[in-house]
Design a binder for this molecule. Sequence first.
Ligand code: DAH
Length: 345
Amino acid sequence: MQEQLAAIVNEVETALVGIKTRPDFEAFKAKIVGGNGSLTAVMKQMGKLPKEEKPAAGKLINEAKRKIEAAFAATLAAIGDAELAARLGDPIDPTLPSPDDFEGRKHPLTQTREEICRIFSRLGFTIADGPELESEWYCFDALNTPASHPARDMQDTLFMPADTVSKDASKKADEAYVMRSHTSSVQIRTMLSGQPPIRIVAPGRCFRRDTVDATHSANFHQVEGLWVDKKVTLKDLKSVLDFFVREIFGTSVETRLRPSFFPFTEPSFEMDIKSQNLGALSGRWLEIMGCGLVDPKVFENVGIDPQQWTGLAFGVGLERIAMLVHGIDDIRHFYANDLRFLRQF
Ligand code: DAH
């Protein structure tokens, strides 16, 4: 019996190596432990043995059964693994990049803002910041903007009710607050917090009571620029802004400064550009920003001596630049969060 059992164990272990599928496995298993199986036949012999031989035989049979069951279990597990792998296809390598195009990217306005800041940083400008909820003084008075100016009208600017604002400890109770209508307020904050020479750009969000359409949004962005130094001239203004637009629109772009008015600059200009690379807008003069030399009144308001210091300032609309660069015809695309739009940049 010992030899018979050894032969069966040997047969099982050898045969299982070649068995790869569940039906083959089941058929083979039946040949060993089924009703007419070889191991079953040996076990049946037990009953015929003399009583004193039974314990030893039982022990041998149990040992053989344990080995055979372990071999069956291992084969079954291997078959299960193979079946799973076949269902899943190729082995998975979690370190490979996803085949789907789900990589994140920066919003076109963020890209444009970073590009503008990068260009001015090459001219020695650093980044400055200011609050979006701003006191009327920073937003208008200090910028020499009189009470009669239309921007001070409730219809143009989002004035905040005093009771909402005074809850914030950093705000003064007796001042009027507005959602800033431009980033020019950062000029004032910067000049009050440091001494000239100053060279900053201040990107940020602005708010106006505009009715939304293809070119207007109640919520938009600007990049403000301010350079205060000894003997800053119109020539500096023109060269700084020419450098900027050439970096953005290419060296073939033409520029002009068209006389204009802003309360905080004197003289004041609108800068226009003309380019042949702007699709439907090619070949036309397009207004892209306000600029000028800092009005001496503004220096006086922040305690800087206008006899000693001069300055240039400019304010450019971020959406305007991004729309021109990318040929975008509707400002509302920027805020719609539509991936079909955002994935194009
Ligand atoms: N703050 C102006 C606006 O929102 C833009 C502007 C014009 C900014 C002239 C300036 C400037 O710094 O010098 O319309």
